[in-house]
Design a protein around this ligand. Structure first.
Ligand code: FAD
Length: 398
């Protein structure tokens, strides 16, 4: 099977920043992408909040990110990741073009638009139903259209759509929008924007193209028809995580499937990191995705280096005595400190392993309980004990 050091899934801003950092740290870096490198940002016309660039189209920015990663010789592969399996601590990335074993994996597959799920939505997608104002606004020059949603994206994109459309309804299920104050003020001051409060879309109807929305007032239950030529749906996003499996998910996820990480971008699975919009996080933007990617790549580098070091000290020498402890257990930390003192005084050699951070090494040796003191000969445990005190360690070493 193909073996790589760092496999990055997704070539959006997070994955591409990770690739730049990964390559500059000297890692063999493979980036897997099933669409256009650059990610979601490709579909927007204006980006004005990437520091150092006052204005760029998303496509220009995505292209620049890709070229930057290529400059440092990250390898790109066009394929779809269908799963990740963990076998004996090894991470196998499954794709439609074969399997790859990785020392570390960065999940950077971003997010996608949430659907309404009403009749007509799928049928009219591309025929009046859209999820991207910048992509499709120009098709609605002088028309009356609707935006569905009430958050920042819905309210801001409605403003953008008024540059083309004659009238833009914003259909929202509540009686106020959930957007920033400035976005709300701008929208309410725009004479082309008409709010439709307390309403949900029951159906999207037309003859070949969108002609009207069937709305239901959530307070009265009354149905009404809203004649429109287009319907832009901005009701949120969801993470692209289907390849992680519906059951027995390999990493911990928050409500909605967003991936939980710590500030080193480590997921709950050792050696698997996540970066960008896929994470459970406050702000999903290019700048935060790129920052996450940088952190994830450096944390992956530290992880891979640690693994290589451990392999060399545990499995390289003929004979090793190693103490496995957990760095989140006070008693075990104290035991390790005593063992270090004993080692310095006696001149005996003990290899210390934090099994909390290096579960894979412990698992590989078959260590199931901590603390553990083991004697390893040619990579196999020949003697082991569960030391309750420094005296037990001294007795074990003899
Ligand atoms: C219309 C629009 C306008 C925006 N405007 C701005 C803006 O002005 N400023 C700003 O900062 N942000 C903006 N954003 C948000 C910004 O685009 C995202 O925050 C950013 O792209 C997230 O980067 P990412 O790398 O996490 O994910 P993404 O950009 O979503 O990239 C993920 C990549 O993973 C790939 N992928 C997914 N699943 C798989 C799989 N199974 N196998 C292989 N590849 C896979 C996808 O094809 C994609 O290329 C906008 C977003 C949209 C949609």
């Amino acid at each position: 099977m193909e073996k790589r050091e760092l496999v990055i899934i997704g070539a959006g801003p997070a994955g591409l920043a990770a690739a730049v950092y990964g390559r500059r740290a000297g890692l063999d870096t493979l980036i897997l992408e099933n669409g256009l490198p650059g990610g979601q940002i490709n579909i927007t016309d204006e980006v004005e909040n990437w520091p150092g660039t006052i204005h760029a189209s998303g496509m220009e920015l995505g292209e620049a990110f890709r070229r930057h990663a290529e400059h440092f010789k990250a390898e790109f592969r066009s394929c779809t990741v269908t799963g990740i399996s963990l076998k004996d601590g090894n991470k196998i990335v499954l794709t439609d073009k074969g399997e790859i074993e990785a020392e570390a994996v960065i999940l950077a597959t971003g997010a996608r638009f949430r659907k309404l799920g009403c009749p007509g939505e799928a049928e009219f997608t591309g025929a009046g139903v859209s999820y991207c104002a910048v992509c499709d606004a120009a098709f609605f020059e002088g028309e009356t259209i609707a935006v569905v949603g009430g958050g920042n994206v819905a309210v801001e994109e409605a403003g953008y759509l008024t540059k083309f459309a004659e009238k833009v309804y914003i259909v929202h299920r509540r009686s106020e929008w959930r957007a920033d104050r400035s976005a709300i003020e701008q929208a309410l001051a725009n004479p082309k924007i008409v709010p439709v409060w307390d309403s949900v879309v029951e159906a999207i109807e037309g003859d070949g193209v969108v002609e009207k929305l069937v709305l239901k007032n959530v307070k009265t239950g009354a149905l009404s028809e809203l004649p429109v030529a287009g319907c832009f749906i901005f009701v949120g996003t969801e993470p692209n995580v289907s390849y992680l499996g519906e059951e027995n998910r390999i990493v911990k996820q928050a409500k909605g499937g967003w991936i939980i990480t710590n500030d080193r971008m480590e997921t709950s699975a050792e050696g698997i990191f996540a970066a960008g919009d896929i994470r459970d996080k406050y702000l999903r933007q290019v700048v935060t995705a790129a920052g996450d990617g940088a952190v994830a790549a450096m944390a992956a580098y530290a992880y891979i280096s640690g693994q290589l070091y451990l392999r060399s000290v545990l499995f390289g020498p003929e004979e090793v005595t190693a103490l496995f402890t957990s760095s989140i257990d006070r008693a075990q930390i104290a035991l390790q400190v005593q063992a270090e003192k004993f080692m310095a005084e006696s001149g005996r050699k003990i290899t210390f392993v934090d099994a909390y951070k290096n579960g894979r090494a412990a698992e590989k040796l078959g260590i199931t309980a901590l603390p553990a003191i083991v004697e390893i000969k040619k990579g196999v445990i020949t003697r082991s004990a569960s030391p309750g005190s420094i005296e037990d360690i001294k007795k074990f070493i003899g």
